[in-house]
Design a binder for this molecule. Structure first.
Ligand code: ASP
Length: 332
């Protein structure tokens, strides 16, 4: 056991979400608790780390935006520069996978940065917020979790930001990394990192609000109108959330190619696991056709994460070649 002065310092930034919610029966819960309220639920963690709480916001996570997370990245850098051995961010689970990946792209720290939340609000029996926060603090304080990039800790599992996604609307086991599996887990008082990502995500400089990047979902029986509707108004880029390994109706292929000649168009998949293909299907609208028309494969990045990477790259003024090259590295 460390003496109090030897305990690693961890900074907790709370943004809101279900983990922080309270409310009366019938009217629904809303974010109310601040960072120090959250720490009250885990007094035993004082023996693991000296945790300093900072309340950033009390919001449902769907209210968060790029500028909020860029500002949070600055605060995380400052906390680490000030001596924090690790950082925990609590927020709503609805967009947790996006915040985690945005921070992963914005930060280049060796210190663990851990995002967590809760599926059950504190008024529910079995609310797991304190357990998730305790596990997240253990990971943030652990030397074993250094150099992993940003991770999400939920349900005692450690997930890389690049892969993690919410896959269920209410189960406490909602989070998973379908394409890669979790990096590790927390058991008793131990943090076990079983696997390390082969490469860190690229780091992209924040240069202000990125241009608009839209998602085009490809659906059964879909038509060109949805593409035309989305391209009205100023547009910096598009991510096609294609079916299967990266496929769209042949009737859309020409228009997608025309668009890709003007702005970056990234080809992702709606499947939820696995990479976009590159050389399997030869029919019109298949991945070979679409990539040949200038679309950029998202690889293992799902459409939401591909949108974040493309947005940051566009915001940083990257050229089309730089965007394609970064996607090739980030999506491997
Ligand atoms: N609606 C909540 C939010 O994302 C869900 C949660 O936190 O689990 O803010």
């Amino acid at each position: 056991m460390h003496s109090p002065a030897q305990r690693p310092r961890v900074t907790l930034f709370s943004l809101g979400g279900t983990i922080s919610m309270e409310g009366a029966a019938g009217s629904g819960v809303v974010p109310k608790l601040d960072a120090n309220d959250l720490l009250v639920g885990i007094p035993h963690l004082a023996a693991v780390a000296q945790v300093a709480g900072e309340t950033v916001s009390k919001a449902p996570s769907v209210e968060l935006g790029f500028a909020d997370i860029a500002a949070l990245a600055d605060r995380i850098r400052a906390a680490v520069a000030g001596g924090a051995a690790g950082v925990v961010v609590t927020q709503g689970t609805d967009t947790l996978e996006e915040t985690a990946y945005l921070l992963d792209l914005l930060l280049d720290l060796a210190e663990p940065v851990v995002v967590t939340g809760a599926m059950r609000d504190p008024t529910k029996p079995g609310a797991e917020g304190p357990a998730n926060l305790a596990a997240a603090i253990r990971v943030a304080a652990s030397p074993a979790a250094r150099d992993l990039g940003v991770v999400a800790v939920m349900n005692d599992e450690v997930h890389a930001a690049r892969y993690v996604a919410k896959r269920h609307t209410h189960k406490t086991s909602a989070f998973g990394s379908e394409s890669a599996g979790p990096l590790g887990w927390v058991v008793e008082d131990r943090v076990r990192i079983a696997f390390r990502p082969a490469e860190r995500s690229p780091t992209i400089a924040w240069k202000g609000a990125p241009p608009r990047v839209v998602l085009l979902p490809i659906v059964f029986g879909g038509d060109l109108q949805s593409l035309h509707d989305l391209t009205r108004g100023p547009l910096g880029g598009m991510v096609v959330e294609a079916v299967g390994g990266g496929h769209a109706p042949s009737a859309m292929a020409g228009a997608l190619g025309d668009l890709a000649a003007k702005i970056p168009v990234v080809l992702a998949t709606r499947v939820g696991a696995g990479e976009t293909l590159t050389k399997t299907y030869g029919y019109g609208g298949g991945e070979i056709d679409l990539l040949g028309r200038g679309l950029i494969g998202a690889g293992v990045l799902d459409a939401r994460k591909a949108r974040l990477l493309l947005s940051l790259l566009l915001g940083a003024g990257a050229s089309r070649e730089e965007i394609a090259e970064t996607f090739a590295r980030a999506s491997a």
